[in-house]
Every structure is written in structure tokens, then in C-alpha cells.
Design a protein around this ligand. Structure first.
Ligand code: E4P
Length: 220
């Protein structure tokens, strides 16, 4: 299983990369808007930092022709760009063109097994079911991840499942347990995964114990 970071914030990306556990980044228009920077400028910088790891960049057009044009442009920005396409009718049409042009794709806003099937049949590199947003409306987001992983496996689809819209560390554990290939997580969730009070207490006790003996030895 791999972890991607779900952000457009450069400090978070640098910090997460320095930990050595993040192998890609996913962005979306909301995340880039939060940064109040130019779309292209920010994507170029993220691609440079994450290279050779994949960076998902979402199309903004509503029609297939526009989406495909954007995809061609974004793909020319950096070799690790992956085009994020919403699973709608125009998106499927655009995916067909992107697949033929051998452009890597991440089908986003997946909320059902049918949508995930369409993504895989379209030759998507990745499909991103949104766990948290399903949970928000009273559905079991993780159950959908589990179903998609099973069906993709049953039919040997090479499309990788990215558990997206991850809200807390338990989601990561659950995504790993049901076989998601990747979880894309906010920086706060990455920090949450690492945190355990017993680890902090343990580190402090080891250091204190050694310090006491060190002082005794120095007095001798
Ligand atoms: C996935 O690629 C999306 O960027 C993201 O996970 C959406 O998460 P949200 O529901 O927290 O906005």
C-alpha cells in the first residue's frame, strides 16, 4: 500500500516528503484555491518536489473536448502529471481520448461501484472513491472501497484504488485492511497516524533514565 498527500500546500508536501512515507500527491481545485496561487505555477512546483511520484491535477472544463485539451496541456507540464477527471458523461468521453493518448488518469468523485466499474473499463490508471463524503451522508464509504477492490481483483482490472476524502487515521487503517492500493491523506491525518502518547512517554523515559546514569558516571 502507498500513501499520497492530499494537498496543494508546499510546506506540508516538503515536510511529508522528508518523512519518506509519501509517494505521490493529489490536488483538486478547492485545495489549490485555498493557497491563492496560480494553478500552473503551483502544479509545476509540486511536480518538481514530488518527482518522480505522481501528482494528480484536476481538469476544470465541463465538456470532453475541453477536458482533453486541458489534459494535453497539463501532461506537457511535467512527466509525473496524472489527469484527474470527474466520473460524468463528458469525463468518460475525455477518458477514452486520454487512454488512447496514453495519458495517466485518476477518475475522481467516485461514489458507487458502477462509477468505479466505468472508470476501470475506461482504462483509468486510478479511481478515487470519496470515503469521508459518503460517511457524511450516512453511507459506509469504506464498504464501497472494499467492494471496488474485490470487483477489480475478480476481473483483473489494473486500475488502482485510491481511498480519498480520508478524514482520520482510522480511515487509513480500514483502507489498508480492505486492500486499497493507496490512501490519499491530508497532512493532519499523516501526523495523526504517527502520534501515540505511549511513544512520547517512552522516548522521554529512556532519555531521562540514561541522563541520570550519565550524570553519575561523569561525577566518578
Ligand atoms: C481526492 O483526490 C480529493 O482531493 C480529496 O480526497 C477530497 O477530500 P474532501 O472530501 O476532504 O474534500
Amino acid at each position: 500500500m502507498e500513501l499520497f498527500l492530499d494537498t496543494a500546500n508546499l510546506d506540508e508536501i516538503r515536510e511529508a516528503l522528508s518523512l519518506g512515507v509519501i509517494s505521490g500527491v493529489t490536488t483538486n481545485p478547492t485545495l489549490i484555491a485555498k493557497e491563492r496561487v496560480d494553478y500552473k505555477e503551483r502544479i509545476l512546483k509540486i511536480c518538481e518536489l514530488v518527482s518522480p511520484g505522481p501528482v494528480s491535477v484536476e481538469v476544470l472544463s465541463q465538456d470532453a473536448e475541453g477536458m482533453y485539451k486541458e489534459a494535453m496541456e497539463y501532461a506537457s507540464w511535467a512527466p509525473n502529471v496524472v489527469i484527474k477527471v470527474p466520473v460524468v458523461k463528458e469525463g468518460l468521453k475525455a477518458l477514452k481520448l486520454m487512454h488512447a493518448a496514453k495519458i495517466k488518469t485518476n477518475v475522481t468523485l467516485v461514489f458507487s461501484l458502477n462509477q468505479a466499474l466505468l472508470a476501470a473499463i475506461s482504462g483509468a490508471t486510478y479511481a478515487s472513491p470519496f470515503v469521508g463524503r459518503l460517511d457524511d451522508v450516512g453511507h459506509d464509504g469504506m464498504e464501497l472501497i472494499s467492494q471496488i477492490v474485490a470487483v477489480y481483483g475478480l476481473h483483473d482490472f489494473p486500475t488502482k484504488v485510491i481511498a480519498a476524502s480520508i478524514r482520520h487515521p482510522l480511515h487509513v487503517v480500514q483502507a489498508a485492511s480492505v486492500g486499497a492500493h493507496i490512501a490519499t491523506i491530508p497532512f493532519s491525518v499523516l501526523e495523526g497516524m504517527l502520534k501515540h502518547p505511549l511513544t512520547d512517554i517512552g522516548v522521554k523515559r529512556f532519555l531521562d533514565d540514561w541522563q541520570k546514569v550519565k550524570e553519575l558516571l561523569e561525577k566518578k
